[in-house]
Design a protein around this ligand. Structure first.
Ligand code: ADP
Ligand code: ASP
Ligand code: MG
Length: 409
C-alpha cells in the first residue's frame, strides 16, 4: 500500500474547526487506499506564546527547560487530531516525539534528529490506524526532551518519510506551493510547479521560511520526494526534486529575503596578517554565526572590516568587537541593526553572465543603495536598508520577469 507522510502547519491546525477539516482530508486519503502518518505543528501562535512565558519568568531561560515547555504545543494538536479522526470512525493513535523515539542529539532548542524507531508505527499502520506524530520534538539518549529549531515540524515530517521509506512527504500549509518570492510581499509572485533541492535549500538558507532548512537538507540527502501544498484548496502544489535532464532550467527561480540581519564594522584596523582571525575569533568563540564578510583594500596601512550576524546577536557582537578594537588599536566600531538581505537564486545563473550587473542596475534605478554584496554560483545577495525591503524584492521580481513563465537558461 502506498504510504504518505502528511504535515500540517500551525495555521492549518489553528483552531478546532480546522483540525476537523484536516481529519476529513486524511479520511479522504485513507479511502483512496493510502497509509498515512501525520505530523502536526502546534496551533498557530502557541509556540510564540510559550516563548513569551519563558521570557517573563527568566532572563536567560535554561535550554533544557525551554524544550520541556516548547514541546507542549504539539502535544495538544496530536491528541485533538487523533480524537477528531476516531470520532469519524477512523482508527488513529497519537505519539509525542519521545514515545516514537525520535532520537536526537542534546543541542537543546536546535537539536538534530539522529535516529527514528519505526517499529511501533509500522505495527499501527498494519492494524489500519492513522499514526499522528508531534512535530518539532525529539528525545536524547538520556531521555531529555529536545526541540528541533523553529519551523522544525517540517524536518520531523521529512525524517519520518525517510525512515519509513514513504512514497512522498506532503507539507500542507497556508500557501498552495513554493512561489517565486513570498506572496505576502509581492502579490505578483508565481507558484513554481517544481524546484530543485539545491535551489530550495538556497532559498531556505537565505530566508524563505516556507520550509525549514534542515527539512530540505534531509530530503535531498535521502532523496525523499517532497511537495508543498495548500491545506485549504485542492491542487498539485510544488514538487521539490533533483534536477532532471530535459526539464528546462529557469535562469532565476526565486527571490529570498532575510529581515533578521545586522552588520558590524571595525574601522581603521592596522592592515596586518591575522587581522580577520583576531576580529572573528572571539565572535566565533561566543558561538555567534557570521554570514557575509567584507574587508576593504587598505589605505594608509589601515583597513575597514565589516560582517553580518543575526539581529538577536547584534548587541553581544558589538560588545565583543569593542573589546577587540581596544586590543588592536583600531579607530572605531559601529553597527547597524536595520539592514536586510535580499537574494536572487537560480541554478540557471551558473551558465549566465550579466545577472549581477542586471541586479545592480535595477536596484540603482530605484535609488536603493547596496551596502554589501555576496555571490555564489547560484545566488546573488545584497544587503540594503530595511526600509527598502519590499521595494527591492518587487523591483528584482519585475526586472527578471518572474511573474511570467521562465526564460530557458
Ligand atoms: P506553516 O505554519 O504551515 O509551517 P509557515 O508560515 O512556516 O507555515 O510557511 C508558510 C509561509 O511561508 C507562507 O504563508 C508565506 O508567507 C511564507 N513564504 C516565504 N517565502 C515563500 C515562498 N517563496 N513561497 C511560498 N511561501 C513563502
Ligand atoms: N511549532 C513550532 C514553531 O512554531 C514548530 C513548527 O511549527 O514547525 O516553530
Ligand atoms: Mg513552517
Amino acid at each position: 500500500m502506498a504510504l504518505y507522510v502528511h504535515k500540517y502547519g500551525g495555521t492549518s491546525v489553528g483552531n478546532t474547526e480546522r483540525i476537523r477539516t484536516v481529519a476529513d482530508k486524511i479520511i479522504k486519503a485513507r479511502r483512496r487506499g493510502e497509509d498515512i502518518v501525520v505530523v502536526v505543528s502546534a496551533m498557530s501562535g502557541e509556540t510564540n506564546k510559550l516563548v513569551g512565558f519563558a521570557q517573563e519568568v527568566a532572563e536567560r531561560p535554561d535550554p533544557r527547560e525551554m524544550d520541556v515547555l516548547l514541546s507542549t504545543g504539539e502535544q495538544v494538536t496530536i491528541a485533538l487530531l487523533a480524537m477528531a479522526l476516531q470520532d469519524r470512525g477512523c482508527p488513529a493513535v497519537s505519539y509525542t516525539g519521545w514515545q516514537v523515539r525520535i532520537l536526537s542529539d542534546d543541542a537543546h532548542t536546535k537539536a538534530r534528529i539522529e535516529n527514528i524507531d519505526t517499529e511501533g508505527m509500522r505495527a499501527d499502520l498494519d492494524q489500519g490506524k492513522v499514526v499522528v506524530v508531534a512535530g518539532f520534538q525529539g528525545v536524547t539518549e538520556e531521555g531529555d526532551i529536545t526541540t528541533l529549531g523553529r519551523g522544525g515540524s517540517d524536518t520531523t515530517a521529512v525524517a519520518l518519510a525517510a525512515a519509513l521509506k514513504a512514497d512522498e512527504c506532503l507539507i500542507f500549509t497556508d500557501v498552495d506551493g513554493v512561489y517565486t518570492t513570498d506572496p505576502r510581499i509581492e502579490p505578483k509572485a508565481r507558484r513554481l510547479e517544481r524546484i530543485t533541492f539545491e535551489e530550495m535549500l538556497e532559498m531556505a538558507s537565505l530566508g524563505s521560511k516556507v520550509l525549514q532548512i534542515r527539512s530540505v537538507e534531509f530530503a535531498g540527502k535521502y532523496n525523499v520526494p517532497l511537495r508543498v501544498l495548500s491545506s485549504f484548496e485542492e491542487g498539485g502544489g510544488t514538487l521539490i526534486s533533483y534536477e532532471e535532464a530535459g526539464v528546462e532550467k529557469a535562469l532565476i527561480s526565486g527571490i529570498a529575503f532575510n529581515r533578521d540581519e545586522a552588520k558590524l564594522t571595525v574601522q581603521g584596523v592596522p592592515d596586518r596578517p591575522g587581522i580577520a582571525s583576531k576580529i572573528l575569533g572571539p565572535i566565533a568563540a561566543a558561538n555567534i554565526e557570521v554570514d557575509m564578510i567584507v574587508q576593504n583594500v587598505a589605505e594608509d596601512q589601515t583597513t575597514d572590516f565589516t560582517f553580518t550576524v543575526h539581529r538577536n546577536e547584534y548587541r553581544k557582537a558589538l560588545e565583543i568587537l569593542e573589546a577587540t578594537r581596544q586590543e588592536l588599536g583600531a579607530k572605531l566600531v559601529h553597527g547597524d541593526n536595520t539592514i536586510v538581505k535580499v537574494s536572487i537564486v537560480g541554478v540557471g545563473m551558473r551558465s549566465h553572465a550579466g545577472i549581477a550587473a542586471k541586479t545592480f542596475a535595477a536596484l540603482a534605478k530605484e535609488g536603493i543603495n547596496i551596502r554589501m554584496i555576496s555571490t555564489s554560483e547560484i545566488k546573488i545577495s545584497v544587503v540594503v536598508d530595511e526600509k527598502y525591503l519590499e521595494l527591492a524584492v518587487r523591483t528584482l521580481h519585475d526586472a527578471f520577469g518572474l511573474d511570467r513563465q521562465p526564460e530557458a537558461a
